[in-house]
Design a protein. Structure first.
Lengths: 251, 292
């Protein structure tokens, strides 16, 4: 199995290097913005840290987590093209191990993305002279958990053989959820507005944020508790599906 | 170590697809021999090979590889089998050093020295990406990889197709060298019968999913012949002696499957030796009986 893991990591090394480059450039630029608020041209400007700090870690986490997994997305498509997929059936390795190796690679990439995301939080906090935020770390871990949905690339690519079809089918499956989410967002905004009017007399950004914050905290806590179960469930589901697809491909 | 006489034993192998059936295919490949598996495109060679390698799930039948059941003992058998396809199954972005690192973790008996030994012998670069290799280089690389984990059985599907004669000869020499070890066996599917004329000990001929002829090559070549006669003489040839007949303006060429008996029966007739290619062509046209 080590050979299979090595092969996949070797094939995605260039994308990984580019992701690291983008990540470090982004984190360095964000840090420089934070540093310049007390030791540079932004010194004396108000509200800069308040705007940058709560967002910077989020974008850095997205770059790290999405970028690290991105290179792996088309590996199965290329395996079909190079006929490795066919050759893999001739190897003295069980189907379970073969599929497990793909999930291990995905897991390694996800963990690497999480480490980078946490590192970004530490670096940006240090640059902003702020303590590392527990809320930010929770958010990063929740984003990491959500990213396990990306493991669906393995069974989808085994089934559809190319990224376009896989992506189209994924969007098709997600369409009702996206519509539901948009509807929920609209209803929730409306609710926050009416609550802001009821509690504070008017619906401004500040009063809306006051209404919104406790719900946001509660949702984060629920997601944080649910995340491990979600991760285990999603990975197990996609693993079983991948195994089924891999075996089905034996015509 | 399991003991076996035949490296491959296939009994009544059946696989049904929409529009094609591999119909009760049976043949065996003796240990230490090289079997040519011939047939035209779509005859069922690749399906049979895929069933051997358990890439395709068979519907019926039994397959034993190196004395082991191809399904129950799949992984034990596959440790000792090397498969070579018509195209290199490695990503274009890889190079020989990377393939060595990958395969040495997969095959217990992988030998880096043997692999790099073959690369040096074939003058293949170690660091060059496979995407920049020629077709001949890719095939040599695939064979180098196949021969580097002490495989007892080499299964090749159209491995020499599309290669120039020089590279093909070089590769055939390697196979003969590989067979110096009497434990080693080769099954080689091809429609280039001249290659098999050179190196095969046994031949199995498959057409439309059915095995038509299987046995030692010399026996097959000895028993078959092309009887040449005039159109008038052709009418006197018994139908049961004819595999099929190629008619032309001057007479007929008739494939007979029992040359000795026919030369006694038709004493004046000229019976030329048949090549594997002749046998393949005449058998493919057996349903028509007469063709031009």
């Amino acid at each position: 199995m080590k050979g299979l893991i090595y092969r996949e990591l070797y094939l995605i090394r260039k994308t990984t290097v580019i992701t690291l480059l983008v990540y470090f450039i982004f984190v360095a630029m964000m840090s420089l913005v934070c540093i310049s608020t007390y030791a540079g041209n932004l010194k004396g400007e108000t509200g800069v840290i308040e705007i940058f700090y709560p967002q910077a870690y989020f974008y850095a986490a997205c770059i790290a987590l999405v970028g690290m997994g991105y290179g792996h997305n088309d590996i199965i498509q290329k395996d079909y093209q190079s006929r490795w997929q066919l050759f893999s059936y001739t190897l003295p390795i069980s189907d379970r191990k073969l599929i497990a190796s793909k999930f291990i690679v995905r897991g390694i990439l996800l963990l690497a993305g999480l480490v980078l995301a946490l590192l970004a939080e530490v670096i940006i906090s240090a640059a902003a002279k702020m303590p590392v935020s527990a809320d930010h770390i929770k958010n990063i871990l929740i984003i990491g958990a959500v990213m396990t949905v990306g493991f669906s690339e393995i069974p989808l690519m085994l089934r559809f053989k190319n990224q376009n079809k896989g992506a189209a089918v994924t969007l098709l499956a997600l369409a009702p959820f996206m519509a539901a989410f948009v509807y929920f967002a609209w209803k929730f905004t409306k609710f926050c507005m009416s609550e802001a009017v009821r509690l504070y007399g008017e619906a401004t950004d500040e009063t809306m944020a006051k209404v919104f914050a406790p719900y946001c905290d509660k949702a984060r806590t629920i997601c944080f508790i649910a995340a491990p179960f979600f991760v285990v469930g999603v990975v197990a589901l996609f693993y079983v599906w991948s195994l089924k697809e891999y075996r089905r491909r034996r015509y | 170590m399991n003991d076996y006489e035949n490296a491959i034993e296939i009994k009544e192998l059946t696989k049904r697809y929409d529009g094609f059936t591999l119909d009760k295919v049976s043949f065996s490949v003796p240990k230490g021999s090289i079997m040519g598996f011939i047939g035209q495109n779509g005859a069922g060679k690749t399906t049979t090979i895929n069933a051997l390698l358990n890439i395709v799930k068979k519907d019926e039948g039994e397959i034993r590889l190196l004395g082991l059941d191809s399904e129950k003992d799949e992984y034990e058998a596959k440790k000792q089998i090397a498969a070579v396809f018509d195209e290199l199954p490695f990503d274009d972005r890889l190079n020989a050093i990377a393939i060595d690192k990958i395969l040495r973790e997969i095959y217990e008996e992988w030998s880096t020295d043997t692999f790099f030994g073959y690369l040096d012998r074939f003058a293949l670069p170690r660091k060059k990406k496979f995407g920049k290799f020629s077709k001949g280089m890719k095939m040599k690389l695939q064979i180098a990889a196949a021969l580097s984990h002490n495989a007892k059985l080499l299964i090749m599907d159209e491995a020499t197709t599309g290669l120039d004669p020089v590279v093909r000869n070089e590769i055939l020499d390697i196979f003969l060298e590989y067979l110096q070890n009497e434990e080693n066996t080769i099954l080689m599917s091809s429609h280039i019968t001249s290659d098999l004329d050179k190196i095969a000990d046994c031949v199995t001929f498959i057409d439309k999913g059915r095995v038509l002829v299987s046995g030692f090559k010399d026996d097959i070549l000895d028993s078959h012949g092309i009887l040449k006669c005039t159109k008038d003489d052709y009418k006197d040839i018994a139908a049961e002696d004819i595999v099929s007949a190629r008619l032309n303006d001057f007479g007929a060429e008739i494939m007979v499957s029992d040359k000795a008996s026919c030369s006694r029966k038709y004493s004046g007739a000229v019976i030329d030796p048949a090549t594997l290619e002749d046998i393949m062509i005449f058998y493919v046209n057996r349903d028509k009986k007469e063709w031009r």
